[in-house]
Design a protein around this ligand. Structure first.
Ligand code: SAH
Ligand code: SF4
Length: 362
């Protein structure tokens, strides 16, 4: 049974061809699936009756099951989606004055074990399918509807939920192609951002195949500290990551990389770290997005004080960089960055992190 939510336009065209149907059926069905959020072939009134009768025999429209929806005091919403027995992932909608951003997950858990990340703590179960990734946007659009002008409330998508998108490369890219397709969600490449911990070969592939805005989780200005905080750095160290960032922006949709930097009290937030960051990124057109650490039980870390964050940002700006500080949203429903836990039936072997490993690494 083909789940039609697993297919982008070329996939749907091939599917309809295999049924002996004309390729334009693919676009028609795509409109129904993604623009109208149809979940029943009977709704697709512009298809021939015979085709409407045949489709349920060979295909299905199967989004992930919606388990729970929560709404924060500040308007942030979080959906918990079932993706198989004992596995759940989270999607978050963040409304702002001039845009509405959906934060989408790409894996059940994450294998990369960044020390300060709740998803990483839970281990890795599996990659999400295309239907499970695009299904998050599908559900959220259904729930949010349109504004009075008829525009969708979700104007931006960030792949910053659970998981490392570039380690689920093919499904992520297919789902992103649906986000960009005018027959589906029609978002511009500048309004879809992939966040990566720095999987260098996949960054190069993405640049060629599906360039969208890129955010890189830097979090440390030198290898010794980054090896501890973002262990994938041992495989793709800064001397490989920085040139990959430079290559990416050469023909990316934006002419800068966003560096995410979680502010951890006493760990990576000192003036010498800001100074090293300026040195490290001297030749990279970039903006910094400082993220005050969002705590979770037994994390072992503390959030830098707002004064420290302010000073750190000023130091970067004095060095000629743009530095913004991410507002923490949805904290009351555990929807803030790095708090997404969902439910992960862990199948990986875990290495436990201990705080004393970090001492002296700076
Ligand atoms: N795996 C990808 C995308 C998901 S994480 C990546 O790492 O980029 C999205 C962002 O949230 C990353 O920058 C991540 O480092 C950050 N993050 C993780 N845990 C956090 C926490 N507890 N507080 C604040 N930010 C966190
Ligand atoms: Fe995975 Fe990103 Fe969390 Fe690191 S920060 S463990 S890469 S989800």
């Amino acid at each position: 049974m083909q789940n039609l939510l697993d297919l982008d336009l070329p996939g749907l065209v091939a599917f309809f061809e295999s049924l002996g149907e004309k390729p334009f059926r693919a676009r028609q069905v795509m409109h129904w699936l993604h623009q109208y959020g149809a979940d029943d072939f009977a709704q697709m009134t512009d298809l021939a009756k015979s085709l409407r009768a045949k489709l349920p025999e060979v295909s299905e429209i199967r989004p992930p099951l919606l388990h729970q929806e929560q709404v924060s005091d500040d308007g942030t919403r979080k959906w918990l989606l079932e993706v198989g027995p004992q596995n759940r992932v989270e999607t978050v909608f963040i409304p702002e004055a001039e845009r509405g951003t959906l934060c989408v997950s790409t894996q059940v858990g994450c294998a990369l074990e960044c020390a300060f990340c709740s998803t990483g703590r839970q281990g890795f179960n599996r990659n999400l399918s295309v239907a499970e990734i695009i299904g998050q946007l599908w559900w959220a659009n259904k729930a949010m509807g349109r504004d009075p002008k008829g525009d969708r409330l979700i104007s931006n998508v960030v792949l910053m939920g659970m998981g490392e998108p570039l380690l689920n490369y093919d499904n992520t890219v297919t789902a992103v192609s649906l986000m960009l397709d005018d027959h589906a969600y029609g978002l511009s490449r500048r309004r879809v951002t992939i966040s990566t911990s720095g999987i260098v070969p996949a960054m190069d592939r993405l640049r060629e195949q599906m360039p969208v805005a890129l955010a890189v989780s830097l979090h440390a200005p030198n290898d010794a500290l980054r090896d501890q905080l973002v262990p994938i750095n041992r495989k793709y160290p800064l001397k490989a990551l920085m040139p990959a960032c430079q290559r990416y922006i050469q023909d990316g949709p934006r002419d800068f990389i966003t560096f995410e930097y979680v502010m951890l009290d006493g760990i990576n937030d000192r003036p010498e770290h800001a100074e090293q960051l300026l040195q490290l990124t001297r030749d990279v057109n970039c903006k910094f997005n400082l993220i005050p650490f969002n705590p979770f039980p037994n994390s072992g870390f503390q959030r830098s004080s707002s004064e420290t964050v302010r000073r750190f940002a000023s130091q970067l700006m004095a060095g000629g960089k743009i530095a913004t500080t991410r507002k923490t949203r949805g904290g009351d429903i555990d929807a803030a960055c790095g708090q997404l836990a969902g439910q992960v039936q862990d199948k990986s072997r875990r290495v436990s992190h201990r705080i004393d490993k970090f001492m002296g690494a700076a």
